[in-house]
Design a binder for this molecule. Structure first.
Ligand code: ADP
Length: 320
Protein backbone atom coordinates (compact mmCIF):
# COMPACT_ATOMS: atom_id res chain seq x y z
CA UNK A 1 0.00 0.00 0.00
CA UNK A 2 1.43 3.37 -1.04
CA UNK A 3 -1.32 5.93 -0.96
CA UNK A 4 -4.31 6.35 1.34
CA UNK A 5 -6.99 9.02 1.64
CA UNK A 6 -8.80 10.52 4.62
CA UNK A 7 -12.11 12.38 4.92
CA UNK A 8 -14.47 13.65 7.62
CA UNK A 9 -18.20 13.18 7.04
CA UNK A 10 -21.59 13.86 8.62
CA UNK A 11 -21.85 15.95 11.79
CA UNK A 12 -18.52 17.40 12.97
CA UNK A 13 -17.16 16.84 16.45
CA UNK A 14 -14.29 18.29 18.50
CA UNK A 15 -11.21 16.11 18.11
CA UNK A 16 -11.70 15.28 14.44
CA UNK A 17 -8.65 17.44 13.68
CA UNK A 18 -6.53 15.45 16.11
CA UNK A 19 -7.68 12.29 14.29
CA UNK A 20 -6.78 13.73 10.87
CA UNK A 21 -3.37 14.73 12.22
CA UNK A 22 -2.79 11.22 13.55
CA UNK A 23 -3.79 9.59 10.25
CA UNK A 24 -1.54 11.88 8.21
CA UNK A 25 1.51 11.72 10.45
CA UNK A 26 1.31 7.99 11.18
CA UNK A 27 0.97 7.27 7.46
CA UNK A 28 3.88 9.51 6.50
CA UNK A 29 5.98 7.98 9.30
CA UNK A 30 5.50 4.61 7.59
CA UNK A 31 6.33 5.99 4.14
CA UNK A 32 2.75 6.24 2.82
CA UNK A 33 1.33 9.18 0.89
CA UNK A 34 -1.91 10.77 2.08
CA UNK A 35 -4.65 12.46 0.09
CA UNK A 36 -6.97 14.75 2.06
CA UNK A 37 -10.54 14.79 0.76
CA UNK A 38 -12.52 17.99 1.46
CA UNK A 39 -16.24 18.08 2.44
CA UNK A 40 -16.73 14.36 3.03
CA UNK A 41 -18.30 12.29 0.27
CA UNK A 42 -19.17 15.48 -1.67
CA UNK A 43 -15.48 16.21 -2.21
CA UNK A 44 -14.88 12.53 -2.95
CA UNK A 45 -17.37 12.76 -5.84
CA UNK A 46 -16.18 16.18 -7.04
CA UNK A 47 -12.43 15.42 -6.80
CA UNK A 48 -12.01 18.13 -4.17
CA UNK A 49 -8.85 16.54 -2.80
CA UNK A 50 -5.12 16.89 -2.71
CA UNK A 51 -1.91 15.64 -1.11
CA UNK A 52 -1.25 16.30 2.57
CA UNK A 53 2.14 16.61 4.23
CA UNK A 54 3.44 16.94 7.77
CA UNK A 55 2.80 20.70 7.66
CA UNK A 56 -0.82 20.30 6.49
CA UNK A 57 -1.78 19.14 9.97
CA UNK A 58 0.44 21.50 11.97
CA UNK A 59 -1.23 23.52 14.71
CA UNK A 60 -4.61 21.77 14.52
CA UNK A 61 -4.48 19.27 17.42
CA UNK A 62 -6.23 21.77 19.71
CA UNK A 63 -8.82 23.10 17.27
CA UNK A 64 -12.49 22.12 17.16
CA UNK A 65 -14.25 21.38 13.87
CA UNK A 66 -12.43 19.76 10.98
CA UNK A 67 -9.87 21.34 8.64
CA UNK A 68 -11.03 18.94 5.91
CA UNK A 69 -14.55 20.30 6.44
CA UNK A 70 -17.54 18.00 6.36
CA UNK A 71 -20.78 17.60 4.44
CA UNK A 72 -23.78 15.42 3.94
CA UNK A 73 -24.00 14.06 0.39
CA UNK A 74 -27.26 12.74 -1.02
CA UNK A 75 -25.43 11.95 -4.28
CA UNK A 76 -23.16 9.43 -2.53
CA UNK A 77 -26.28 7.44 -1.63
CA UNK A 78 -26.81 6.77 -5.36
CA UNK A 79 -24.81 4.25 -7.46
CA UNK A 80 -24.07 7.05 -9.97
CA UNK A 81 -22.57 9.24 -7.23
CA UNK A 82 -20.42 6.42 -5.94
CA UNK A 83 -19.18 5.56 -9.44
CA UNK A 84 -17.95 9.17 -9.78
CA UNK A 85 -16.12 8.73 -6.47
CA UNK A 86 -14.57 5.50 -7.72
CA UNK A 87 -13.32 7.29 -10.85
CA UNK A 88 -11.43 9.59 -8.44
CA UNK A 89 -10.06 6.60 -6.53
CA UNK A 90 -8.49 5.46 -9.80
CA UNK A 91 -7.41 8.93 -10.89
CA UNK A 92 -5.64 9.67 -7.60
CA UNK A 93 -4.34 6.12 -7.07
CA UNK A 94 -6.06 5.74 -3.69
CA UNK A 95 -5.54 2.25 -2.17
CA UNK A 96 -7.22 2.70 1.21
CA UNK A 97 -9.61 5.15 2.86
CA UNK A 98 -10.07 6.37 6.44
CA UNK A 99 -13.57 7.75 7.12
CA UNK A 100 -13.94 9.85 10.27
CA UNK A 101 -17.64 10.27 11.10
CA UNK A 102 -20.78 8.73 12.52
CA UNK A 103 -22.75 5.60 11.67
CA UNK A 104 -24.25 7.19 8.53
CA UNK A 105 -20.76 7.83 7.18
CA UNK A 106 -19.78 4.24 8.06
CA UNK A 107 -22.79 2.95 6.15
CA UNK A 108 -21.63 4.89 3.08
CA UNK A 109 -18.11 3.48 3.51
CA UNK A 110 -19.41 -0.07 3.79
CA UNK A 111 -21.58 0.25 0.68
CA UNK A 112 -18.63 1.68 -1.24
CA UNK A 113 -16.34 -1.14 -0.11
CA UNK A 114 -18.89 -3.73 -1.17
CA UNK A 115 -19.21 -2.21 -4.64
CA UNK A 116 -15.60 -1.28 -5.37
CA UNK A 117 -13.55 -3.32 -2.94
CA UNK A 118 -11.58 -0.32 -1.65
CA UNK A 119 -10.33 -1.05 1.90
CA UNK A 120 -12.02 1.37 4.31
CA UNK A 121 -11.53 1.92 8.03
CA UNK A 122 -13.99 3.97 10.09
CA UNK A 123 -12.98 6.24 12.97
CA UNK A 124 -15.98 7.12 15.20
CA UNK A 125 -16.39 10.88 15.46
CA UNK A 126 -19.69 12.07 16.92
CA UNK A 127 -20.64 13.95 20.06
CA UNK A 128 -23.63 11.60 20.53
CA UNK A 129 -21.51 8.61 21.59
CA UNK A 130 -24.14 6.31 20.09
CA UNK A 131 -21.96 4.06 17.94
CA UNK A 132 -21.88 0.35 18.73
CA UNK A 133 -18.31 -0.98 18.80
CA UNK A 134 -16.78 1.76 20.93
CA UNK A 135 -17.32 2.98 24.46
CA UNK A 136 -16.28 6.49 23.46
CA UNK A 137 -16.50 8.36 20.20
CA UNK A 138 -14.38 11.41 19.41
CA UNK A 139 -16.05 14.62 20.61
CA UNK A 140 -18.31 13.17 23.28
CA UNK A 141 -16.05 14.09 26.19
CA UNK A 142 -15.72 17.68 24.97
CA UNK A 143 -19.49 17.94 24.48
CA UNK A 144 -20.35 16.70 27.98
CA UNK A 145 -17.77 19.05 29.47
CA UNK A 146 -19.47 21.92 27.63
CA UNK A 147 -22.82 20.86 29.07
CA UNK A 148 -21.40 20.47 32.59
CA UNK A 149 -19.91 23.95 32.38
CA UNK A 150 -23.33 25.28 31.41
CA UNK A 151 -24.93 23.40 34.34
CA UNK A 152 -22.40 24.96 36.74
CA UNK A 153 -23.26 28.45 35.54
CA UNK A 154 -26.99 27.83 35.60
CA UNK A 155 -26.64 26.38 39.10
CA UNK A 156 -25.22 29.70 40.36
CA UNK A 157 -28.11 31.77 39.08
CA UNK A 158 -30.66 29.08 39.98
CA UNK A 159 -29.56 29.17 43.62
CA UNK A 160 -29.80 32.94 43.76
CA UNK A 161 -33.34 33.02 42.41
CA UNK A 162 -34.79 29.70 43.65
CA UNK A 163 -35.95 28.67 40.23
CA UNK A 164 -36.29 25.46 38.29
CA UNK A 165 -34.05 25.33 35.26
CA UNK A 166 -34.56 23.10 32.25
CA UNK A 167 -31.55 22.53 30.02
CA UNK A 168 -32.17 21.02 26.58
CA UNK A 169 -29.13 19.23 25.17
CA UNK A 170 -28.34 17.46 21.91
CA UNK A 171 -29.28 13.83 21.26
CA UNK A 172 -32.13 13.18 18.84
CA UNK A 173 -31.94 9.42 19.24
CA UNK A 174 -29.40 9.03 22.00
CA UNK A 175 -29.51 10.16 25.61
CA UNK A 176 -25.79 9.73 26.31
CA UNK A 177 -24.97 13.44 26.48
CA UNK A 178 -27.96 14.13 28.75
CA UNK A 179 -27.23 11.13 30.96
CA UNK A 180 -23.50 11.61 31.51
CA UNK A 181 -23.63 15.40 31.77
CA UNK A 182 -26.65 15.08 34.06
CA UNK A 183 -24.77 12.71 36.36
CA UNK A 184 -21.64 14.88 36.37
CA UNK A 185 -23.66 18.06 36.88
CA UNK A 186 -25.92 16.69 39.62
CA UNK A 187 -29.19 17.19 37.72
CA UNK A 188 -32.44 16.37 39.57
CA UNK A 189 -34.02 14.61 36.59
CA UNK A 190 -32.71 13.46 33.23
CA UNK A 191 -35.10 12.88 30.33
CA UNK A 192 -33.72 10.68 27.53
CA UNK A 193 -35.30 9.26 24.36
CA UNK A 194 -34.50 5.64 25.28
CA UNK A 195 -36.81 5.64 28.31
CA UNK A 196 -40.38 6.69 28.76
CA UNK A 197 -40.61 9.01 31.74
CA UNK A 198 -43.68 10.86 32.96
CA UNK A 199 -43.69 14.56 33.73
CA UNK A 200 -45.77 13.71 36.82
CA UNK A 201 -42.80 11.80 38.24
CA UNK A 202 -40.46 14.70 37.49
CA UNK A 203 -42.88 17.09 39.21
CA UNK A 204 -43.27 14.85 42.28
CA UNK A 205 -39.51 14.71 42.66
CA UNK A 206 -39.27 18.48 42.28
CA UNK A 207 -41.91 19.09 44.94
CA UNK A 208 -40.24 16.65 47.35
CA UNK A 209 -36.93 18.47 46.83
CA UNK A 210 -38.34 21.92 47.48
CA UNK A 211 -40.18 20.61 50.58
CA UNK A 212 -36.92 19.53 52.15
CA UNK A 213 -35.37 22.93 51.42
CA UNK A 214 -33.70 22.58 48.03
CA UNK A 215 -32.94 26.00 46.63
CA UNK A 216 -33.04 25.06 42.99
CA UNK A 217 -33.53 22.21 40.57
CA UNK A 218 -31.96 21.41 37.23
CA UNK A 219 -33.60 19.11 34.72
CA UNK A 220 -31.71 17.89 31.67
CA UNK A 221 -33.75 17.04 28.59
CA UNK A 222 -32.26 15.34 25.53
CA UNK A 223 -33.82 16.95 22.45
CA UNK A 224 -35.09 13.55 21.29
CA UNK A 225 -37.02 12.96 24.54
CA UNK A 226 -39.02 16.20 24.57
CA UNK A 227 -38.78 19.88 23.82
CA UNK A 228 -37.23 21.81 26.70
CA UNK A 229 -39.77 24.59 26.25
CA UNK A 230 -42.67 22.13 26.44
CA UNK A 231 -41.25 20.48 29.58
CA UNK A 232 -40.85 23.92 31.18
CA UNK A 233 -44.45 24.81 30.38
CA UNK A 234 -45.83 21.51 31.72
CA UNK A 235 -43.87 21.75 34.97
CA UNK A 236 -45.05 25.32 35.46
CA UNK A 237 -48.66 24.31 34.91
CA UNK A 238 -48.48 21.24 37.14
CA UNK A 239 -46.52 22.70 40.06
CA UNK A 240 -46.84 26.45 39.87
CA UNK A 241 -43.05 26.69 40.07
CA UNK A 242 -41.24 29.28 38.01
CA UNK A 243 -39.29 27.54 35.22
CA UNK A 244 -36.54 28.84 32.95
CA UNK A 245 -35.46 27.01 29.81
CA UNK A 246 -32.02 27.05 28.16
CA UNK A 247 -31.39 25.34 24.83
CA UNK A 248 -27.67 24.75 24.37
CA UNK A 249 -27.82 23.84 20.66
CA UNK A 250 -24.71 23.95 18.51
CA UNK A 251 -22.50 25.21 21.32
CA UNK A 252 -22.13 21.52 22.11
CA UNK A 253 -20.56 20.70 18.76
CA UNK A 254 -17.77 23.26 18.99
CA UNK A 255 -14.89 24.22 21.21
CA UNK A 256 -11.36 23.12 21.78
CA UNK A 257 -11.25 19.34 22.29
CA UNK A 258 -10.51 18.06 25.79
CA UNK A 259 -7.27 16.19 26.45
CA UNK A 260 -9.28 12.95 26.55
CA UNK A 261 -10.72 13.53 23.08
CA UNK A 262 -7.31 14.45 21.65
CA UNK A 263 -5.72 11.33 23.10
CA UNK A 264 -8.59 9.14 21.88
CA UNK A 265 -8.46 10.70 18.40
CA UNK A 266 -4.68 10.30 18.18
CA UNK A 267 -4.86 6.63 19.14
CA UNK A 268 -7.78 5.89 16.85
CA UNK A 269 -6.35 7.73 13.83
CA UNK A 270 -3.02 5.92 14.17
CA UNK A 271 -4.74 2.55 14.62
CA UNK A 272 -6.76 3.11 11.43
CA UNK A 273 -3.54 3.50 9.43
CA UNK A 274 -2.03 0.41 11.07
CA UNK A 275 -5.09 -1.62 10.15
CA UNK A 276 -4.94 -0.52 6.51
CA UNK A 277 -1.24 -1.45 6.37
CA UNK A 278 -2.04 -4.89 7.83
CA UNK A 279 -4.55 -5.49 5.03
CA UNK A 280 -7.62 -5.05 7.23
CA UNK A 281 -10.70 -3.69 5.44
CA UNK A 282 -14.23 -2.75 6.25
CA UNK A 283 -13.62 -2.33 9.98
CA UNK A 284 -13.98 0.47 12.48
CA UNK A 285 -11.71 1.31 15.36
CA UNK A 286 -13.18 1.54 18.83
CA UNK A 287 -12.18 1.98 22.45
CA UNK A 288 -13.20 -1.12 24.39
CA UNK A 289 -12.08 -1.69 28.00
CA UNK A 290 -9.29 0.85 27.63
CA UNK A 291 -7.86 -0.59 24.42
CA UNK A 292 -8.20 0.59 20.82
CA UNK A 293 -9.56 -2.38 18.88
CA UNK A 294 -11.04 -3.13 15.45
CA UNK A 295 -14.54 -4.46 14.84
CA UNK A 296 -16.52 -5.05 11.63
CA UNK A 297 -17.92 -1.82 10.25
CA UNK A 298 -21.39 -3.24 9.83
CA UNK A 299 -21.72 -3.80 13.59
CA UNK A 300 -21.85 -0.02 13.92
CA UNK A 301 -25.07 0.44 11.99
CA UNK A 302 -26.99 -2.60 13.12
CA UNK A 303 -28.70 -0.78 15.94
CA UNK A 304 -27.72 2.12 18.16
CA UNK A 305 -25.62 1.61 21.23
CA UNK A 306 -28.03 0.93 24.13
CA UNK A 307 -28.05 3.36 27.03
CA UNK A 308 -26.27 2.34 30.23
CA UNK A 309 -29.15 1.72 32.62
CA UNK A 310 -26.85 1.37 35.61
CA UNK A 311 -25.67 4.94 35.10
CA UNK A 312 -29.25 6.11 34.72
CA UNK A 313 -30.28 4.40 37.96
CA UNK A 314 -27.23 5.80 39.75
CA UNK A 315 -28.07 9.35 38.62
CA UNK A 316 -31.57 8.84 40.00
CA UNK A 317 -30.33 7.55 43.34
CA UNK A 318 -27.82 10.37 43.76
CA UNK A 319 -30.37 13.07 43.00
CA UNK A 320 -32.99 11.73 45.40
P1 ADP B 1 -23.19 10.73 10.43
O1 ADP B 1 -21.99 10.10 9.80
O2 ADP B 1 -22.82 11.84 11.36
O3 ADP B 1 -24.11 9.69 11.04
P2 ADP B 1 -25.08 11.08 8.20
O4 ADP B 1 -26.03 10.04 8.68
O5 ADP B 1 -25.63 12.36 7.71
O6 ADP B 1 -24.00 11.51 9.29
O7 ADP B 1 -24.23 10.41 7.02
C1 ADP B 1 -23.18 11.13 6.39
C2 ADP B 1 -23.12 10.81 4.92
O8 ADP B 1 -22.85 9.40 4.73
C3 ADP B 1 -24.41 11.03 4.15
O9 ADP B 1 -24.61 12.37 3.79
C4 ADP B 1 -24.18 10.17 2.92
O10 ADP B 1 -23.35 10.83 1.99
C5 ADP B 1 -23.40 8.99 3.50
N1 ADP B 1 -24.36 7.86 3.70
C6 ADP B 1 -25.19 7.66 4.74
N2 ADP B 1 -25.94 6.54 4.57
C7 ADP B 1 -25.58 6.03 3.36
C8 ADP B 1 -25.99 4.91 2.57
N3 ADP B 1 -26.95 4.07 2.99
N4 ADP B 1 -25.39 4.70 1.39
C9 ADP B 1 -24.43 5.53 0.95
N5 ADP B 1 -24.00 6.62 1.63
C10 ADP B 1 -24.56 6.88 2.82
Amino acid sequence: MQRIAVLTSGGDSPGMNAAIRAVVRKAIYHGLEVIGIQRGYSGFIEADMGPMNLGSVADIVHRGGTVLRTARSEEFKTPEGRSKAFANVQRFGIQGLVVIGGDGSFKGAEVFNREYNLPVIGVPGTIDNDITGTEFSIGFDTAINTVVEAINKIRDTATSHERTFILEVMGRESGYIALMAGLAGGAESILIPELRQSIEEVCDKLKRGYKRGKLHSIIIVAEGAASGLEVGKQIREMTGLETKVTILGHLQRGGTPTAFDRILASQMGAKAVELLMEGCRNHMVGMVAGKVVASPLEAAFHGKRPIDLEIYNLANILSI
